[in-house]
Design a protein around this ligand. Structure first.
Ligand code: Z5A
Length: 228
């Protein structure tokens, strides 16, 4: 007989370009998880631990950073985040919702800054390893419209100050990530009205929760690895 263990939690990541509406989307995710009685924690990248938040300050506040420095700092903060927050939480059965994760490095440092994808893949393997997202929601928005939405902000950070061509490349790199990982990516048209975006996210999340719970039931059946 195997001891009954808490099933591993799930890692859900939220991605998108500027002004995609991630803040609203995070609330929709919370609504579904709370209704399903799922324990979760919300976190973000870069950041998520005091050390990683300090790296975030440097990343977003610095006047200038070499692209390679930017990439390495993103992954340095990510290592702290993965080892001290994400992996421990998932192991206790908590679900983790991260506002951006490793796909953002492929999009911003790979697409935006033009860093060789193979290097990012190597860092991904060394730093993140098996701790990959189970579900990634990509809020898809034309970079022009996204930039229009954040135009009124009183303060913008170093990356937000980039030009349209940069965000077009970021957008293309996100599309490439989605094509490479169709099993975990769900693309939401973020140019729609808030209520429609919310509705789509809630439907995707409900389906994901149902599929996960179904899998846990199946795993518990006699003869299965976690079964009795
Ligand atoms: N970065 C990176 O380069 N590499 C990495 O590996 C990682 C990150 C992990 C993090 O900064 C920066 O780090 C980010 C990528 C980079 N850079 N940039 N630029 P952040 O966390 O401060 O920034 P952000 O991730 O871009 O988040 P945000 O600006 O807070 O979120 P948002 O999705 O852009 O926007 P929002 O505040 O939810 O919405 C924007 C506005 O649109 C707001 O006024 C809303 O009211 C409005 N909105 C939202 N939805 C709608 C709809 N449906 N219709 C109309 N208006 C809407």
């Amino acid at each position: 007989m195997h001891p009954r263990t808490e099933p591993r939690g799930r890692l859900i990541t939220l991605e998108g370009g500027e002004g995609a509406g991630k803040t609203t989307a995070l609330k929709s995710i919370q609504t579904v998880l709370e209704a399903a009685g799922i324990r979760y924690l919300m976190t973000r990248e870069p950041g998520g631990t005091p050390e990683a938040e300090a790296i975030r300050e440097l990343l977003l506040g610095a006047e200038h950073l070499e692209p390679m420095t930017e990439l390495l700092l993103m992954f340095a903060s990510r290592r702290e985040h993965v080892k001290k927050v994400i992996e421990p939480a998932l192991a206790t059965g908590l679900w983790v919702i991260s506002d951006r994760y490793v796909d953002a490095s492929y999009a911003y440092q790979g697409g935006g800054r033009g860093i060789d994808r193979r290097l990012i893949e190597q860092l991904d393997q060394a730093v993140v390893g098996a701790c990959q997202a189970d579900l990634t929601l990509l809020l898809d928005i034309d970079p022009k419209l996204g930039m229009e939405r954040i135009r009124h902000r009183p303060r913008t950070d170093r990356i937000e100050n980039e030009r349209l061509a940069f965000f077009e490349r970021v957008w293309q790199a996100y599309q490439q990530q989605a094509r490479q990982h169709p099993e975990r990516f769900r693309i939401i048209d973020a140019s729609q009205a808030r209520s429609r975006v919310r509705g789509e996210i809630e439907t995707i999340l409900k389906d994901f929760v149902t599929a996960t719970q179904h899998k846990h039931q199946t795993d518990k059946k006699p003869g299965s690895p976690d079964g009795h």
